[in-house]
Design a protein around this ligand. Structure first.
Ligand SMILES: Nc1ncnc2c1ncn2[C@@H]1O[C@H](COP(=O)(O)OP(=O)(O)OP(=O)(O)O)[C@@H](O)[C@H]1O
Ligand SMILES: [Mg+2]
Length: 324
């Protein structure tokens, strides 16, 4: 049995929104094994970013979380304190490198800060390590670019800088929050190729948040589909995308260009995802689900399954009937 680098159980994240407390992440659980890549997908607002931030102790001001988050690293150290784990065994790559990188620091100094955390002290050693890291993520002429400001680099190079900084501490798990959505398609492919290569080379685990099923199917081993703050389906990515057991997964697939079976007309999911101030009772997807019954509107949330696969749908067989 491979070790779980991270085990998350019943994670809730609450925030204050216009004077009310809302819980946009409402009881999610997942594991990521050493060297494995988990994709988290779901529409905008489903709680993907807040989940990642919570497990890394990076919640926005006023945000609180409950539940258990345990890291277990190769050296046998088990961590429960997200803030102490960050910058050691775990690191994060954010969606928009321009806002995530401090604009008043030269690129080399930004990466240098991360190198310093690892205990390297002499300026010369830091500089050498920075250039080595920049080269390892495919930044050409690293010595020259280390002296540049973030705004002087292209979006793709900025994202490579952020990845280099994340790798400085030799993380065993890398959290990526939509790391390529701000980039054009060619650059996106290059960055995905880089992440996959690094993951293989270093045996690093990865949690990869994206709204793009095609990207997740390319990069990830397993998938967790989130809807309205909960995981509604999970399993090996190829199996889940071949035969979804939750109507929400099926609807996402039907609206994804690369999976909709070559039809020009993509189905859109009717309605919009619910606001955390107003989550429906019962199955939260039921109001938008083509298969919902009265029972669905009252069904308590549980993620049930066999072996690797699980679904929160109480009637997953309806999808098999449709497929047949
Ligand atoms: N700082 C905040 N204050 C109040 N509400 C917030 C805050 N951050 C997020 N939310 C709310 O929490 C919910 C989940 O947000 P989150 O950013 O995790 O979604 P997401 O799945 O990452 O979406 P996207 O695909 O758009 O990035 C949303 O409804 C959002 O409006
Ligand atoms: Mg997000």
């Amino acid at each position: 049995m491979t070790r779980n680098v991270i085990s998350v159980r019943d994670l809730h994240v609450s925030l204050s929104l216009g004077g009310n407390t809302v819980t946009p992440v409402d009881g999610i659980s997942f594991d990521v094994r050493a060297g494995e890549s988990l994709g988290i997908v779901g529409e905008s607002g489903s709680g993907k970013s807040l989940s990642l931030r919570a497990v890394l102790g990076l919640l926005p001001r006023g945000g609180t979380s409950t539940g258990s988050v345990r890291y277990a690293f190769a050296d046998g150290k088990i961590g429960a304190d997200a803030e102490r784990v960050r910058g050691r065994g775990a690191a994060m790559v954010f969606q928009e490198p321009m806002t995530a990188l401090n604009p008043t620091m030269r690129v080399g100094d930004l990466i240098g800060e991360a190198v310093r955390v690892t205990g390297v002290r002499s300026r010369r050693a830091i500089k050498e390590r920075v250039i080595e890291l920049m080269a390892s993520v495919g930044i050409p002429e690293p010595a020259r670019r280390a002296r540049m400001w973030p705004h002087e680099l292209s979006g793709g190079l900025r994202q490579r800088v952020m990845i280099a900084a994340a790798l400085a501490t030799g993380p065993e798990i890398l959290f990526c929050d939509e790391p390529t959505t701000a980039l054009d398609v060619t650059i996106q492919d290059q960055i995905l190729g880089l992440l996959r290569g690094l993951q293989e080379e270093r045996g690093m685990a990865m949690v990869f948040v994206s709204h793009d099923l095609a990207v997740v199917s390319e990069v990830c081993d397993r998938i967790a589909v989130m809807y309205a703050g909960r995981v509604v389906e999970t399993g090996p990515v190829a199996e889940v995308l071949r035969s979804p057991r939750h109507p929400y997964t099926a609807a996402l697939l039907a609206s994804a260009p690369s999976f909709a079976g070559g039809t020009d007309e993509l189905a859109t999911i009717p309605g919009s995802p619910p606001d955390p101030r107003d989550f429906p009772s019962g199955c939260r997807f039921a109001p938008r689900c083509a298969f919902a019954t009265e029972e669905c509107l009252r069904a308590p949330y549980t993620l049930d399954g066999d072996g690797e696969r699980a679904t929160a749908c109480i009637r997953p067989e309806v999808l098999e009937a449709v497929a047949a």
